[in-house]
Design a protein around this ligand. Structure first.
Ligand code: GLN
Ligand code: ZN
Length: 757
């Protein structure tokens, strides 16, 4: 029995690659200094994996920015606009990743998308009619040889032909089918080259196989690999899947000439049944993903052993594997100097997962597995009560009834009551919540955290910022105001810190994209509200104005989606616990005179299951109710807003309406406004504020431009339901562009009112 991992984090245990890259971008270090840092990090990874006795050590999982981008370069898919800049190889690569603006030209970046159901984002390869796909780079081979020189024969890892073709964007008239032959020959050359270099195994990542597949998709997959695998290579080929099960193509996978098949038994809920029902080809090796590559909890050996024992009935050769690349977990618990041992003993980051693989191997190959010390210790750990149980919360969730999820009276009646109450003009103007987080704001939060300024000083400072912000909005003439969210570092972390049941890590950074990392909070126990979290700030802000002040909260689904969730209770249970805590805050705000409350569900769409058939049962059936639970207790005259970051929700439009908010704002300025047609077709009931300008760019939208957008909206949305707002929070912007942009927005709304008198 051997052990393997699919990939390892690469940003550095203290984010060394991030800092070095950013220095390089600023021109503070040379390319060779950056290359040197990268090399040290790769060596460190190699050493740690080798020391932990890992049998299949990956190479090629390193990247300066993103693996998909590396694959595009390897396959020569570099659009001319980047090539023509005449930059060095590395700078051309970074131009695709980050755009380039300088003496050699001005180009935007590749598009970026969420990597399946993770919070990692990949660069979308761009293929135009002139693209000539061929093997052109050397990186995977060099990385293999670099490791070899250091005494380790690694398992090279590359993104597979099918996933590459499926995820690429075709900007001309050609489609994936036109590139099949070229891709086949490029991959054949890659396999040949690795055979010559003496590699024993190569890992081909094909996560697209866990998505819903049409018969055309299956044909494409089979065609690609029939041809690629018809070559004679000495290297063995592992087809690696992850993030789900392969229900649509299991038989095809088994009949193709792969030497190994990697299946995810953590998230791939049907994989075990597939193996049991259809068996597993005896001549192949099963790489069994049993150690969770996405979460930070220790593996429960007893459960894992049961799965492996089941699999051994069908597969002769089994390699113990992680469920996906460890890219999605932090580096090592060694950097957590403040987290107490009582928590740490339950956690496993990437390095600790290497140890788990080694222990599992030892246990499984022992004569008496359950008597091994490692097994016993693990079993004891899992039999201890772990979570900080809060029976009150558990009971409240258990005793929820249907009525708790229903706000009364129904929407139409509330709409009339609220119009009467707020007397807002037609096309009311508002913002999404945050105002520019300038350096002084961040500095004030940091000095408060470090104890350099007192709570009183901090409060005074925040109140000054709030009153400036309120005055600014009044001057501009906005109708519904916000306090500005200056007290928040992050829309999830802020609430996590105020809630019981969360724990915080010091260095548990996970790469989100490129040099950007996030540090998700950890749901440890039952969640409850320790104290009011936002009331003080909202009430103060409201005291400064006669206009309505929106209370600003993050919704339960978004809080959960951007945390490391518990594994000992369901996501639904956790979501309901968080919902009850946010509900208390909502009611508290209402009781303190805040009459409009926005509950952001920025990440609601993000965790939709990869397969459409699982959307309702596995997700929407609890995510939508969780949101309803938050606001079902407010008075009819209190107005509930929500906000979502992407407008890609055409296919769940009914469910969004079913959240039963009074108003929803969302990002629309960058999309083609098709969402508006969908709203119309579905008779969308909730009032809507599709963003009228893009806050992700420093551009100032002209009045005419905003009016044009609004006219398009008015073609599809009844005037009395249309709100006017930017498309997201303003915290990443500066005041220089924010003020004129909002002035133009208000101006446009006023002109539109005149036209509609
Ligand atoms: N209210 C938050 C803000 O304005 C929403 C952020 C978001 O949608 N990502 O910053
Ligand atoms: Zn947003």
């Amino acid at each position: 029995m051997k052990t393997s991992i699919i990939g390892y984090p690469r940003i550095g245990s203290l984010r060394e690659l991030k800092f070095a890259s950013e220095k390089y971008f600023r021109g503070e270090i040379s390319e060779s200094e950056l290359q040197n840092t990268a090399k040290q990090l790769r060596l460190a990874n190699l050493t740690i994996q080798h020391q932990n006795g890992l049998d299949f050590i990956p190479s090629g999982d390193f990247s300066f920015y993103d693996g998909m981008l590396d694959t595009a370069v390897l396959l020569n898919a570099v659009p001319d606009r980047y090539r023509n800049l005449g930059l060095s190889e590395l700078d051309t690569y970074f131009a695709m990743a980050r755009g380039y603006q300088g003496e050699k030209g001005d180009v935007k970046t590749f598009a970026m998308k969420k990597w399946f159901n993770t919070n990692y984002h990949y660069m979308v390869p761009e293929i135009d009619d002139n693209t000539e796909i061929k093997l052109s780079g050397n990186q995977p081979f060099e990385l293999f040889q670099e490791a070899l020189k250091n005494g380790v024969k690694t398992k090279p890892v590359i993104i597979g032909a099918y996933t590459f073709l499926k995820l690429a964007r075709y900007t001309g008239n050609k489609t994936a089918a036109d590139f099949v032959d070229a891709v086949i020959s490029a991959y054949s050359q890659i396999f040949t080259k690795f055979s010559e270099l003496g590699a024993e195994w190569i890992q081909i990542d094909e996560p697209c196989l866990v998505m819903d597949m049409t018969s055309v998709d299956k044909e494409l997959f089979v065609k690609l690999y029939k041809k690629i695998l018809s070559g004679k290579y000495s290297v063995k080929v592992l087809l690696q899947t992850y993030f789900g099960d392969v229900r649509d193509c299991y038989s095809e996978i088994c009949s193709l000439d792969f030497d190994g098949i990697g299946l995810d038994f953590v998230e791939g809920k049907k994989n075990l049944a597939l193996v049991k029902e259809s068996g597993f080809p005896t001549e192949k090796t099963l790489f069994a993903g049993v150690v969770n590559g996405k979460n930070i909890w220790k593996n429960h050996y007893c459960n894992t052993l049961t799965t492996i024992a089941e699999l051994q009935k069908y597969a002769k050769n089994i390699v113990i594997n992680t469920s996906c690349s460890l890219l999605h977990v932090p580096y090592t618990l060694k950097n957590e100097t403040k987290l107490s041992e009582s928590y740490q003993k339950h956690l496993a980051y990437a390095e600790e997962k290497l140890l788990e693989l080694a222990e599992l191997k030892k246990i499984i190959t022992s004569e008496t597995p359950i008597e091994t010390e490692e097994y016993q210790k693990n079993t004891r750990l899992f039999s201890e009560p772990r979570s900080s149980a809060n029976l009150d919360v558990q009971n409240r969730v258990a005793n929820l009834t249907d009525a708790d999820f229903i706000r009364l009276p129904a929407f139409a009646e509330r709409e009339i009551i609220q119009k009467e109450r707020f007397q807002l003009p037609l096309f009311p103007t508002t913002t999404i919540g945050s105002f520019p987080q300038t350096a002084d704001v961040r500095a004030a939060r940091a000095s408060f955290r470090k104890g350099e300024i007192s709570e009183k000083q901090y409060d005074t400072y925040m109140k000054e910022k709030i009153s400036e912000c309120v005055a600014l909005q009044e001057n501009i003439g906005l109708d519904v105001l916000v306090h500005g969210e200056f007290e928040r570092n992050d829309m999830v972390e802020y609430f996590g810190e105020c809630l019981n049941g969360y724990i915080f890590t010091e260095k548990a950074w996970v790469q989100s994209y490129g040099t950007r990392c996030v540090k998700p909070p950890v749901v440890w126990g039952d969640i409850s509200r320790a104290k009011p979290m936002t009331v003080k700030w909202s009430v103060y802000a409201q005291s400064l104005t006669d206009k309505p002040m929106k209370g600003m909260l993050t919704g339960p689904v978004t809080i959960l989606n951007w945390s490391f969730p518990r594994e000992d209770i369901s996501l639904k249970e956790s979501a309901y616990q968080i919902a009850l805590a946010i509900r208390e805050e909502v009611l508290d705000l209402e009781a303190n005179g805040i009459n409009i409350i926005q509950v952001d569900e920025a990440a609601l769409r993000e965790k939709l299951p990869l397969r459409k058939s699982d959307w309702k049962t596995d997700y929407l059936d609890w995510a939508i109710p969780a949101f309803r639970l938050v606001h079902s207790g407010v008075k009819p005259e209190t107005q509930i807003h929500t906000h979502m970051c992407y407008s890609e929700f055409s296919d769940i439009i009914r469910e969004i309406d079913d959240m039963d908010a009074d108003v929803i704002t969302f990002e629309a300025s960058r999309s083609d406004l098709t969402i508006l047609d969908v709203l119309k077709e579905n008779n969308f009931r909730t009032e809507v504020g599709p963003g009228v300008y893009d806050i992700h760019s420093p551009r100032i939208p002209a009045v005419e431009e905003i009016k044009n957008a609004l006219h398009k909206m008015l073609d599809r949305i009844p005037a009395e339901k249309l709100w006017v707002n930017p498309d997201c929070g303003l915290k990443t912007r500066g005041n220089a562009e924010t003020v004129p942009s909002l002035e133009n927005l208000v101006h446009a709304a006023k002109e539109l009112r005149n036209e509609n008198l």
